[in-house]
Design a protein around this ligand. Structure first.
Ligand code: 13P
Length: 337
């Protein structure tokens, strides 16, 4: 049996390496319209296209952002959008040296006959959408599915999450997009760090089993895992050194060194916590680029500082750049606070 390789194979490897470049990580700014609405509501703004455009213009045009950020994940609306002064958002990113990416999943829905768990939709029509996104300038994709520890996870939910990610990854590579593989293990729960470690080992074993079964080229993917931490409501907290030690053990046991980059999500950690944990993981050399793909941990202060006021745009951009540069140092293991 011979397997046809993606006609984009060389480009995929190149794109993945560019995104996983030293001292840089990903700005996740791909909140769906519903999630973006929640963020805007927190600063008293209405969820209109104009407000979303103003906020995202602020983010992508922060001066020098490309020194710290190698890729930006966009929601479909933003991929086709222009800035408030009429430049294509994609072009602004390219001028900053930032690779545009696109969220391609269609979100979570209940998984029938599970323990109140969910599965991720979006495979129907994915090939043609991916081809169109590539035409529009996207070079990588993201598919986020979730696994809940308090609700199981059931064997069914883990298998479905892993299979969906693998199908998506194959379709993305076939259409020139580097897939970011994101099975988010939610922080929610009272469980300790050992339980998270156990679940994460199971999830990543299945994800790589199905990625291989779907002939996905490991050199042309990126991962977006959760760090291994105690549940959000667990009384016993972990230090950055403990989080780093558990998380790196997980990666060493489950992730082949052919994978170029591991871009962690922040998942509700505070901005500083997310930076300290990343820094702790980069205290000694790793087989992969270990970096960030944060949304909240890059944007929280920026969004608050902006507050929807044009006169605050510069201060908000400075807040974004401060988090981005701190995480850039953390990627190099050189963050000192
Ligand atoms: P957080 O960093 O806020 O968890 O978001 C990252 C992301 O893009 C989740 O898919």
């Amino acid at each position: 049996l011979t397997v046809r390789a993606s006609s984009y194979a060389d480009e995929l490897v190149k794109t993945a390496k560019t995104v996983a470049s030293p001292g840089r990580g990903i700005l996740a700014m791909d909140e769906s319209n519903a999630t973006c609405g929640k963020r805007l509501d927190s600063i008293g703004l209405e969820n209109t296209e104009a407000n979303r455009q103003a906020y995202r213009t602020l983010l992508v045009s922060a001066p020098g952002l490309g020194n710290y950020i190698s890729g930006a994940i966009l929601f479909e609306e933003t991929l086709y959008q222009s800035t408030t002064d009429g430049k294509k958002i994609v072009d602004v990113l390219l001028e900053q040296g930032i690779v545009p990416g696109i969220k391609v999943d269609k979100g979570l829905v209940p998984l029938a006959f599970s323990n109140d768990e969910s599965w991720c939709q979006g495979l129907d029509g994915l090939a043609s959408r991916s081809a169109a996104y590539y035409q529009q300038g996207a070079r990588f994709a993201k598919w986020r599915t979730v696994v809940s520890i308090p609700n199981g996870p059931s064997a069914l939910a883990v298998k479905e999450a892993a299979w969906g990610l693998a199908r998506y990854a194959a379709i993305s590579q076939d259409n020139g997009l580097v897939p970011i593989v994101e099975p988010e293990i939610l922080l929610d729960g009272e469980h300790g760090i050992d339980r998270t470690f156990e679940v994460a080992q199971k999830v990543w074993a299945e994800v790589f089993f199905y990625l291989a079964e779907n002939n996905v080229m490991f050199e042309g993917i990126l991962l977006k895992p959760s760090m291994v931490t105690p549940g959000a409501d667990c009384k016993e907290r972990a230090t950055p050194e403990q989080v780093a030690s558990y998380t790196l053990s997980l990666l060493h046991r489950r992730i082949p060194p052919a994978v170029p980059g591991i871009m962690f999500l922040s998942g509700g950690q505070s901005e500083v916590e997310a930076t300290l944990n990343l820094n702790a993981m980069n205290q000694s050399p790793n087989p992969w680029h270990v970096s960030f793909s944060y949304a909240r941990a890059l944007q929280n202060t920026c969004l608050k500082t902006w507050g929807g006021r044009p006169e605050n745009v510069k201060a908000a951009q400075d807040a974004l750049l401060q988090r981005a540069s701190a995480n850039s140092l953390a990627q190099l293991g050189k963050y000192t606070g």
